[in-house]
Write a protein that binds this ligand. Structure first.
Ligand code: MN
Length: 726
């Protein structure tokens, strides 16, 4: 069994550790031994061997001291009575945070058979980890468990191997740790497809001698050539790992013997220039295979990997892959993200630190990044800041944007579950529907037939799909109501005009009404009327125009009246040529009466305003906005007018004037008398009048009354010059 000194030696080989750090490593070893005392692994070994091995793997990966200590303590919270607080008291915040993180990941269980969920689960791990070192410790833990998997029962071997293959090997790949990925792949391959593994393994063994010889020959050839050109280098040759060969056989549907470039050579030089020089040399000696040269130095892979790749026809006529890179690039390709810790120790400048984090984020984001600074801050706190990963009660994993609520979750399951969700249970506890979900939550939705979406839900849902579905539900409900309202409006308005709407609907005019308004069916027409998007008069016109054509002369005046009534009910007894549904307003400035010459003025957005032809305001009006209008002679309505009477202040004056008005068959709507001084009085009368002739007659009658000094017609800005008695 590894001892704590072995671990300290390993760490010492790549970094200078302080006395207190050394003391911490020893103390964590002692602590781990104490709390795991008496526990055994399935193999029968003392449990402590496992954290020791994990810690040694982390030291081999050249990680920082906190990670190495975390390796020793990683199972204490999960498998002993130790608490996070205790770890914090003994080993500080950083270590307790890391151990707690590893524990949280261990508690996540990936038990789904659904292939697509593997990626979500990898993201859940990242979201849970919050620190890249937590994942590295977890990977080391998994590696040691895989190396000792033979001791477990077959079903456990399968489950753990599948999880390793689907989740942890891709994570290692993503982090750019080549050796870890290939070892995890081969170990899970061994258990998941044991027959194929055995076959390939024995084939590799058979060929091994031959290949080793081949490797040595090519290596010495390469050395000679490179030395001749003064390129200092380290050359190595290696076989593809078992799963890599198997994968090639499956993907290209070929036999083992046909898998070429099983052996890859690597040339490590000390500068980028030498890399390109070496490449030129290789190509001058052996013929390159067209299309196989890749320059990952100029264009690094997403996980930061840099190297030159080429395939040539080798000395024995075989295809052979050669990778050429610098020492630094090589370290990164072997140790991936963990190679960055090396730089952390020295005086890492702010820029370099940012670069390390930017790389880190790129590795984790699973997609191309445009602005390298964009997520920098978020990465420090949260590896996947914008998403949460939650489970269904069946263990299916759902990816949701952060801030998602049970309602978002319900809609992601099924539209109907969303529409009828009434309660949510998160990790066994009832929560409100606007509760914010966290990564790792298990969410159960309770539905009820009687529950329906409401406007409030829109205030807290964050997924676009939930929003769309709630809105469309609310809209369809409104439409149902509008349909009923619209239908009854249509029926009522048609009835007022003596028409039976239902009967008229069989009229072929209907299709033109629908087509004109781009309605697909009668329901859409009802909805439009119910929402007020279209007026019934718009529709009615189609049916009435037909009657006009049929029986022009006879029905004209009746039809005119109908049109006037239905078109805003307010043509005010004024005809505007070419328009029959237009807003008309009688201007307050001159208040024209029937019989007076009038002219229309097309206002901006307020219809046509009607003025006396002689109204002084019209002089300022743009002539192109004037329009000819005329009084509708068939119109029998009355209009308001206001007259001002100046007279002497004497008893009976008001009574005489009102008597004179009413004896002319004119109604007074308002009368008012005031006395500005002792001898004079002023009366104002609002009257309802037919036309200018009637008004002139009345005014001359009043003028003749005893004591009356003057009578004039006045307009008032506040005087609502509407017609009355319509
Ligand atoms: Mn463990």
């Amino acid at each position: 069994m590894i001892r704590s000194n072995d671990i300290i030696d390993k760490v010492n080989s790549y970094t200078t550790i302080s006395d207190s750090e050394m003391e911490s490593i020893r103390a964590s070893y002692v602590y781990s031994a104490k709390v795991h005392a008496g526990q055994k692994r399935v193999s029968g070994e003392p449990y402590l061997s496992h954290p020791l091995e994990v810690s040694a793997i982390l030291a081999d990966m050249k990680l920082d001291v906190a990670s190495v200590i975390t390796g020793l303590l990683h199972d204490t919270i999960e498998d002993t009575l130790t608490t996070k607080e205790e770890i914090e008291n003994l080993f500080g915040k950083e270590v307790s945070f890391l151990v707690d993180g590893v524990t949280k990941i261990s508690r996540l269980s990936f038990n789904s058979e659904v292939e697509e969920q593997a990626e979500s689960f990898r993201k859940l791990i990242l979201a849970t980890a919050k620190d890249i070192r937590v994942i590295l410790v977890k990977l080391a833990d998994r590696l040691h468990n895989m190396r000792t998997l033979e001791h477990l029962q077959a079903d456990k071997q399968q489950r753990i191997s599948k999880e390793t293959f689907d989740i942890y090997a891709p994570l290692a790949h993503r982090l750019g740790i080549y050796w870890l990925r290939t070892e995890l792949e081969d170990l899970s391959f061994k258990y998941l497809k044991s027959e194929e593994y055995k076959k390939i393994y024995s084939l590799i063994q058979k060929k091994k001698k031959e290949w080793d010889k081949y490797i040595e020959e090519v290596k010495s050839l390469l050395y000679t050539k490179l030395e001749e050109s003064n390129i200092e280098s380290e050359i190595s040759g290696r076989m593809k790992h078992a799963f890599g060969i198997y994968n090639k056989m499956i993907n290209q549907n070929i036999e083992f013997d046909k898998v070429y470039d099983v052996i890859a050579f690597r040339i490590i030089t000390d500068s980028v220039n030498k890399c390109y020089e070496a490449l030129g040399l290789v190509h001058s000696v052996w013929k390159p295979v067209p299309g196989r040269f890749k320059d990952f130095i100029a264009l690094p892979k997403l996980n930061g990997y840099q190297s030159l790749h080429t395939t040539v026809i080798g000395p024995f006529g075989e295809k052979m892959e050669i990778q050429i890179r610098t020492k630094e690039m090589h370290e990164l390709s072997e140790y991936g993200i963990s190679a960055h810790w090396k730089y952390k120790e020295g005086n890492l400048s702010k820029n370099e630190f940012d670069r390390v984090y930017a790389n880190l984020r790129q590795l984790l984001e699973w997609k191309d990044i445009k602005d390298p600074n964009e997520f920098l801050d978020a990465v420090k706190g949260d590896l996947i800041p914008h998403m949460v990963y939650v489970f269904t009660p069946n263990g299916d994993l759902k990816e949701m944007p952060s801030g998602a609520t049970p309602v978002d979750f319900a809609y992601s399951i099924h539209t109907e579950v969303g529409h009828h969700c009434t309660r949510a249970i998160v990790n066994g506890k009832i929560v409100s529907l606007n509760h914010i979900l966290k990564s790792g939550d298990t969410v159960e939705i309770i539905t009820s037939k009687d529950k329906n979406p409401n406007q409030d839900w829109l205030k807290f849902v964050v997924t676009a799909s939930a929003k769309t579905k709630i809105r469309s539900w609310l809209r369809s409900k409104e439409e149902d109501q509008s349909k009923v309202v619209g239908k009854s409006i249509c029926e009522r308005k048609f009835k007022q005009q003596g028409l039976n709407f239902q009967k008229e609907l069989k009229n072929e005019k209907l299709s033109s009404v629908l087509a004109d308004n781009k309605f697909k069916n009668i329901d859409e027409l009802y909805i439009a009327v119910g929402f007020g998007k279209i007026s019934v008069s718009e529709i009615m016109k189609h049916f009435i125009v037909k009657e006009i054509v049929e029986d022009k002369d006879h029905k004209k005046s009746r039809i005119d009246r109908i049109i006037k009534k239905i078109t805003r009910d307010s043509s005010d007894g004024i005809l505007v040529r070419g328009y029959n549904d237009i807003l008309i307003r009688i201007s307050n400035c001159c208040s024209p009466l029937p019989g007076e010459d009038i002219i229309g003025f097309i206002t901006r957005g307020r219809g046509i305003s009607i003025h006396k032809s002689a109204c002084p305001q019209l002089f300022e009006i743009d002539p192109t906005r004037k329009i000819d209008v005329e009084w509708d002679k068939s119109y029998k309505g009355l209009r308001s007018a206001r007259i001002l009477v100046k007279c002497s202040d004497q008893p009976g004056m008001l009574s005489n004037i009102t008597k004179s008005i009413s004896s002319s068959d004119i109604n007074i709507s308002r009368a008012e008398m005031s006395s500005p001084d002792e001898t004079n009085a002023i009366g104002t009368f609002d009257i309802n009048i037919k036309d200018i002739k009637q008004l002139n007659k009345l005014m001359s009658r009043i003028t003749k009354l005893k004591g009356v000094k003057s009578v004039e017609r006045i307009a008032d800005e506040n005087f609502d010059n509407k017609y009355v008695n319509k």
